[in-house]
Design a protein around this ligand. Structure first.
Ligand code: SF4
Ligand code: FES
Length: 344
């Protein structure tokens, strides 16, 4: 086992563990945000840089600091490593710069975006963003397009995290979707107007951290915070059949995979990932299709979990216990945020 310290909290982890995974083992506020890494998708991570941390001491053998912030999702821990995330003002400043870059081309259309309330970029910019931009150029603009009969692509909102490409590559046969062009001209596209049509293609919607890929059967039906999420299951011969239903009264507005506190699709009991098929996602919209297990626990900083005061209290307790005060820089300029119970 290797010993690593993250924001003054020691933890022992097996060899090969990344800094991000080690931080997730500790949990709480010190976990770096991750927009492109998804633990259930191989080779994900390394694209967005939101997970950067400061390595103050490389290892016990070689205590020199790393000269630049490193992507915690791609950097494995060394024995004796000392890492700083929220206890480093420089690191928070660097992350604010990353957020500013991610928002260069991202429209501020949250009031009409279906992802509002469960958008990782919305959370990230609220917690790490700045009130204004220094970018004087026009944002890139694309017309929304249909990629498949159930998926709408809003390329304006895409942050090129590649998660949907990994889903297409790892979960579906005969991938016909990916990133074309490079640099400023890079965009998600289907190969020569082919449509995505595969039993597991809907999982792209679940991994998209922003509102670039949305479910056409749910678009504009409701805001997520007006729905009642419940966990439910059915016998399905294609997938695990374990889903989350987003209901309004008796009406099932949307079916998604179940996600954990990091916004990632959860595991089944056997350790496999609980991806769901398109039949469960799009064709089973009656309550009678499902066995309801009970209210879903949404354990994220989001308006959906706005009334889950227990989680908020625990986060506050961890911060105060480990750091003796509020994290450096957090909310100093932005006022009260989601960690402040008075703001709920
Ligand atoms: S469409 Fe969504 S999942 Fe795909 S690259 Fe863009 S932001 Fe990532
Ligand atoms: S989450 Fe680590 S680089 Fe994107």
């Amino acid at each position: 086992m290797l010993k690593v310290t993250i924001d003054d909290i020691p933890v022992e982890v097996p060899e090969g563990t990344t800094i991000l995974q080690a931080a997730r083992m500790i949990g709480g506020d010190i976990v770096p945000p991750a927009m492109c890494y998804h633990s259930k998708l191989k080779t994900s991570g390394g694209y967005c840089r939101t997970c950067i941390v400061k390595v103050e001491q490389g290892s016990a053998k070689d205590p020199r600091p790393m000269p630049k912030p490193v992507a915690s999702c791609r950097t494995t821990v060394m024995d004796g490593m000392v890492v700083r995330n929220i206890t480093s003002p420089e690191n928070l400043e660097a992350r604010a710069g990353v957020v500013e870059f991610l928002l260069l081309n991202h429209p501020l259309d949250c009031p009409v975006c279906d992802q509002a309330g469960e958008c990782h970029l919305q959370d990230l910019s609220y917690e790490n963003g700045k009130a204004e931009t220094r970018y004087d150029f026009d944002k890139r603009e694309y017309e929304p397009t249909d990629i498949g009969d159930k998926i709408k692509l809003h390329m304006n909102r895409c942050i090129l995290c590649y998660r949907c490409v990994k889903v297409a590559d790892q979960l579906t046969d005969g991938r016909c979707h990916g990133v074309i062009n490079r640099g400023e001209a890079a965009e998600i596209s289907t190969y020569i107007e082919k449509a995505i049509d595969n039993d597991f293609s809907g999982n792209m919607i679940d991994v998209c951290p922003v509102g670039a890929l949305t479910d056409k059967t749910f678009r504009f039906k409701s805001r997520v915070w007006y729905t009642n999420p419940v966990d439910a299951h059915r016998n399905c011969d294609k997938c695990c059949g374990k889903v989350r239903l987003w209901n309004q009264g008796e009406e099932v507005l949307r079916v998604t995979a179940r996600k954990d506190e990091f916004g990632e699709v959860m595991d089944n009991e056997d350790g496999s990932t609980a991806w769901i098929c398109n039949e469960c996602r799009y064709d089973k919209k009656n309550l009678s299709d499902w066995t309801i297990e009970g209210p879903a626990k949404i354990n994220r900083h989001s308006v959906i979990s706005a009334n889950h005061y227990d989680t908020l209290k625990n986060i506050q307790k961890t911060t105060i216990k480990m750091m003796g005060s509020k994290p450096h820089g957090v909310k100093s300029e932005l006022g009260a945020g989601p960690l402040d119970p008075n703001n709920q």
